[in-house]
Design a protein around this ligand. Structure first.
Ligand code: ADP
Length: 360
């Protein structure tokens, strides 16, 4: 078997009695864009810093092409870094900032000039070479930081919340730039963010962290459509978790019985006993209005509208089930009818992707 490009094996890091990271294991292929996503304090940055060499792990290993990097000092790991805060040298011009890592590596003058030019072109700042950092916007400063981090062609680039200090519009613009730079250079990127939309937009794969562990590693689509557990299901996208009873089927295909007796087919990776109390995950967009003429065999739920917001492309409803649970619903607006507060509706359920989890 060939060695993975970058391998993290059984990584743990404790600070006194605080466990920041435990049992983190993942393989990263060359050229991949992998994002560490998760709530604040879940161990994303610690994992990144151990890979960079700024922190020693309490246990585990980090291997590049099969060789442990633990005894290689950070400056010899050849890993580029971009941080949340602008870290440009304020007294150096844009060009000199990008040239800095090359000067440290004692490259020739001609090499440095050519590389600085190419890097500024890559981040579309060729016209800004002589500016000082203070004369640039936050987004431009991060693009210079990106150019500087890539100037010496590191095989791996680590980015720790690089856009967290920027406003939403600028963030989206730079996300696009980062994605383009990734495609153009083929550099392997490990990226930390707590913003799921950013993770979905940028990544080949997402490692979803919680309490120092990876809950699930996969494409954004894997995490959204096949969440491994309730944490993943609630973190990625929006979900309803409705209380239900388990009705055992076969394989992963089972049924749940809602409190009003409605039966819905649903997946569970865990086999449970009949009548076990469970939660069934239903995404808000799994519903459609049921019309009188629709087949009565289709699973449907009766609800009362508690709140309706028209958002142009969707109508967002908060509804209440007969047994008193809230159910969030997103419907495509229909010209014939816009649900109003207090309306009694019957909602058809698209049962293609219902999942069963534990109740808490
Ligand atoms: P994230 O990047 O997901 O926000 P971190 O990796 O920064 O999370 O932190 C994980 C946990 O480790 C948190 O509980 C944090 O308070 C703790 N932690 C991180 N760095 C230190 C440190 N230098 N000393 C003590 N505790 C730390």
């Amino acid at each position: 078997m060939t060695e993975p490009f970058l391998a993290v094996r059984g990584l743990a890091k404790t600070y006194g009695s605080v466990t920041a990271v435990e049992q983190v294991t993942l393989d990263i292929a060359q050229g991949e864009f992998v994002t560490f996503l998760g709530p604040s304090g879940s161990g994303k940055s610690t994992t990144l810093y151990v890979i960079a060499g700024f922190q020693d792990p309490s246990a585990g290993d980090v291997l590049l092409n099969g060789k442990s990097m633990l005894h290689v000092p950070p400056n010899e790991r050849n890993i580029g870094m971009v941080f949340q805060r602008y870290t440009l040298f304020p007294h150096l011009s844009v060009a000199d900032n990008v040239a800095f890592p090359l000067r440290v590596r004692r490259r020739s003058r001609a090499d440095i000039d050519a590389k600085v030019k190419a890097m500024l072109k890559l981040v579309r700042l060729d016209a800004y070479a002589d500016r000082m950092p203070a004369q640039l916007s936050g987004g431009q400063q991060q693009r210079v930081a990106l150019a500087r981090a890539l100037a010496y062609d590191p095989p791996i680039l680590l980015m720790d919340e690089p856009l967290a200090a920027l406003d939403k519009k600028l963030r989206e613009e730079i996300q696009y730039e980062i994605k383009r730079v990734h495609l153009e250079t083929g550099v392997t990127i490990l990226y930390v963010t707590h913003d799921q939309e950013e993770a979905l937009r940028l990544s080949d794969r997402i490692a979803l962290f919680n309490h120092g562990r990876i809950e699930q590693l996969g494409s954004g689509r894997d995490l959204y459509e096949e969440p491994a557990n309730r944490f993943v299901a609630s973190f990625i996208g929006h979900s309803n978790f409705i209380s239900a009873m388990f009705v055992r089927g076969s394989g992963k295909d089972h049924t749940v019985r809602l409190p009003d007796g409605t039966l819905l087919p649903a997946f569970s990776s865990e086999v449970r006993s009949d009548d076990d109390a469970v939660a069934v995950m239903i995404r808000p967009d799994a519903f459609a209005l049921s019309h009188a003429d629709s087949s009565s065999e289709m699973a449907s739920i009766a609800v009362t509208v508690k709140n309706a917001t028209y958002l142009g492309d969707v109508v967002q409803l908060t509804t209440s089930t007969p047994w008193g649970e809230d159910l969030d619903v997103r419907l495509r607006p229909e010209t014939t009818m816009l649900p109003q507060l207090g309306d009694a509706l019957r909602l058809r359920v698209n049962c293609n992707n219902l999942r069963i989890f534990s109740q808490r």
